[in-house]
Write a protein that binds this ligand. Structure first.
Ligand code: FMN
Length: 199
C-alpha cells in the first residue's frame, strides 16, 4: 500500500437491530468518506448477522462453512477495521464476539491490522465494552488506535440521532472524523513499517 492508495476499511457493527445507533455511526463514517470530508479511505459495511454461532464442529480440515468463509475473506482483504458497538452487560456484545472468534480461527485474519472503536450506548456511551474488545486485540495482534476515544450517550436529550438512528449531532460527526483520520494515519504507519521489514 502506498500513501496514495485508498485504504480499505471494513466496518463491523456489534448490534444487529435495524434502528441501531451504532449502525448509524457507521453510516455517518461512510458519509464522511464519500463526501470527501475524510479522504483516502473507503468504508465497506460487513454484515455479521448471517454468521452462525461459533462451533468448531462446523470446521473441516481446510474449510470454513459459508457464510464464515466469505466473512473471513472480507476481513483478510481489509487494510483496517472500524468497530461500532454498544456494550451489553458491561461487555462486548455476543454477535461481535462471535464474529471476532470466527475470524480468529487459523489462520487468524485479524493479525497485523489497525482498528478503531466507536460506541453509542447508555451513560458511559458503551465505553466499558471498548476495553474488553481491546483485550482480545492483544491476543489477536489487532492494533487499536488509542486516541481519540469516541463514546456517545445515545439517550440524553436532545437526541444525537434521528428516528431512523442516523447521527445528526455535528460535534459528534467532527469527533468521528478525527477517529477516521487517526485510523488512516496509524494504518499507513503500520503498513510502511511492515513493507520495510519484508523489503
Ligand atoms: N447499555 C449500557 O450502557 N451498558 C450496558 O451494560 C448495557 N447492557 C445491555 C444489555 C443488553 C442485553 C441490551 C439489549 C442492552 C444493553 N444496554 C446497555 C443498552 C444499550 O446500550 C442500548 O440498547 C443501545 O442503544 C444499543 O445499541 P444500538 O442502538 O446500536 O442497538
Amino acid at each position: 500500500l502506498s500513501p496514495t492508495s485508498i485504504i480499505k476499511v471494513a466496518a463491523i457493527c456489534g448490534s444487529l437491530r435495524k434502528g441501531s445507533f451504532n449502525r448509524g455511526l457507521i453510516r455517518s463514517a461512510i458519509d464522511l468518506t464519500t463526501n470527501q470530508s475524510v479522504t483516502g479511505m473507503s468504508i465497506n459495511f460487513i454484515d455479521i448477522s448471517p454468521l452462525p454461532m461459533l462451533n468448531t464442529d462446523l470446521e473441516t480440515e481446510d474449510k470454513y462453512p459459508e457464510p464464515v468463509a466469505t466473512f473471513r475473506d472480507q476481513i483478510l482483504q481489509a487494510d483496517c477495521f472500524l468497530f461500532a458497538s454498544p456494550e451489553y452487560n458491561y461487555s462486548v456484545t455476543a454477535p461481535l464476539k462471535n464474529a471476532i472468534d470466527w475470524a480468529s480461527r487459523p489462520p487468524n485474519v485479524w493479525a497485523d491490522k489497525a482498528a478503531a472503536i466507536v460506541s453509542a450506548g447508555g451513560g458511559f456511551g458503551g465505553g466499558r465494552s471498548q476495553y474488553v474488545l481491546r483485550q482480545s486485540g492483544v491476543y489477536l495482534d489487532l492494533h487499536f488506535i488509542n486516541k481519540p476515544e469516541f463514546f456517545l450517550n445515545a439517550f440524553e436529550s436532545p437526541s444525537k440521532f434521528d428516528e431512523e438512528g442516523n447521527l445528526i449531532d455535528l460535534e459528534a460527526k467532527e469527533r468521528l472524523k478525527s477517529v477516521l483520520n487517526a485510523l488512516k494515519a496509524f494504518t499507513l504507519r503500520l503498513q510502511k513499517k511492515w513493507s520495510r521489514w519484508i523489503g
